[in-house]
Design a binder for this molecule. Structure first.
Ligand code: PBG
Length: 326
């Protein structure tokens, strides 16, 4: 053969499974995952969400078995969303003592004390209009919503929630919740803030699962514009100043640049939320036989770690835990 110019031989480090394994930079671990669960009011209910095959709304009486399965797979944290049968203008169901999240939390902490319970702190599943706060003049009133959000967080902590995860995107929500938790004696309960949450079409299937579609308008006056990047840093910065302990970026897949920005700019654990629409797209393609689900899911979740995510909230958690133990 003719004399070749000199070049680097990158393929040397890809020559076998063992070789690839020793140079692998990022890894998935079962401990990285937080599994989302929908708790519905009623009895003996296990409804598959039509747009999310493999994801169920589960009533409290069946929840123990569901959580047992998650626990046995080695997943040590769950995040709860409540699906109440009655709603009102001010989302009372979010902060009553026997609310869905509060009851689910008590049950799980009793049965599985080592399971970390993350409580999603929002009003949209409990309001008749489906918005994340109180409505005045056709928009969500920031400061009035904060009061109810703080009440919700305290009642979740009272029920035993290990982590409070406010998702409603009102300005000042971390400051107000931190103050309320501290005053109620929950200084030790951390806040996992949905610091950077975009107004995204990827939440569609979740809104079927949680029955939380806004009855008028959209969430664009409080959730972020997907076109913006620097604004994400302003959002994260104020949550850090207000006392957040974790920062969530949501959605994940189309926002990995933001995950990396947040990771590089702040010294807190970063959580990527692999949202419902991201799950449904993969499931739909997989059910059609168009992609290899296992390979694709492992690839995209690893990409989230590579982008800087320390933790991942994902509906695929159970599948991945099984695959990782094979
Ligand atoms: C509540 C909330 C939403 C999600 C998590 N918490 C819906 C929304 O903001 O409309 C979406 C999660 C998902 O799509 O998987 N505010």
């Amino acid at each position: 053969m003719e004399q070749l110019p000199s070049f680097k031989r990158h393929r040397r480090l890809r020559s076998s499974d063992a070789m690839r394994a020793i140079v692998r930079e990022n890894h998935l671990r079962t401990e990285d995952f937080i599994y989302p669960m929908f708790v519905i009011e009623g009895n003996n209910i296990k409804n598959e969400v039509p747009s999310m095959p493999g994801v169920f709304q589960v009533s409290l009486d069946l929840l123990k078995d569901e959580v047992k399965e998650v626990h046995q797979l080695g997943i040590k944290s769950v995040i709860f969303f409540g699906v109440p049968s009655e709603k009102d203008e001010v989302g009372s169901g979010a902060y009553v003592e026997d609310g869905m999240i509060q009851q689910a939390t008590r049950l799980v902490k009793k049965e599985f004390p080592d399971m970390l319970v993350v409580a999603d702190t929002c009003l949209c599943e409990y309001t008749s209009h489906g918005h994340c706060g109180v409505i005045h003049n056709h928009d969500v009133d920031n400061d009035e919503s904060l009061t109810l959000l703080a009440k919700t967080a305290v009642s979740q902590a009272e029920a035993g929630a290990d982590i409070i995860a406010p998702s409603n995107m009102m300005d000042g929500f971390v400051a107000v919740i931190r103050q309320a938790l501290d005053r109620a004696g929950y200084q030790h309960v951390p806040i996992m803030s949905y610091a950077v949450k975009y107004a995204s079409a990827f939440y569609g299937p979740f809104r079927d699962a949680a029955d939380s579609t806004p009855q008028f308008g959209d969430r664009k006056t409080y959730q972020m514009d997907p076109a913006n990047r620097v604004e994400a840093l302003r959002e994260a910065e104020s949550d850090v100043q207000e006392g957040a302990d974790f920062l969530i970026v949501k959605p994940a897949m189309s926002y990995l640049d933001i995950v990396r920005d947040v990771k590089n700019n702040f010294n807190l654990p970063v959580v990527a939320y692999n949202v419902s629409g991201e799950y449904s797209m993969v499931k739909a393609a997989s059910l059609n036989g168009w992609i290899n689900e296992k390979e694709l899911v492992l690839e995209k979740l690893t990409a989230m770690k590579r982008a800087g995510a320390d933790l991942i909230i994902t509906y695929f958690a159970k599948d991945v835990a099984k695959w990782l133990s094979e």
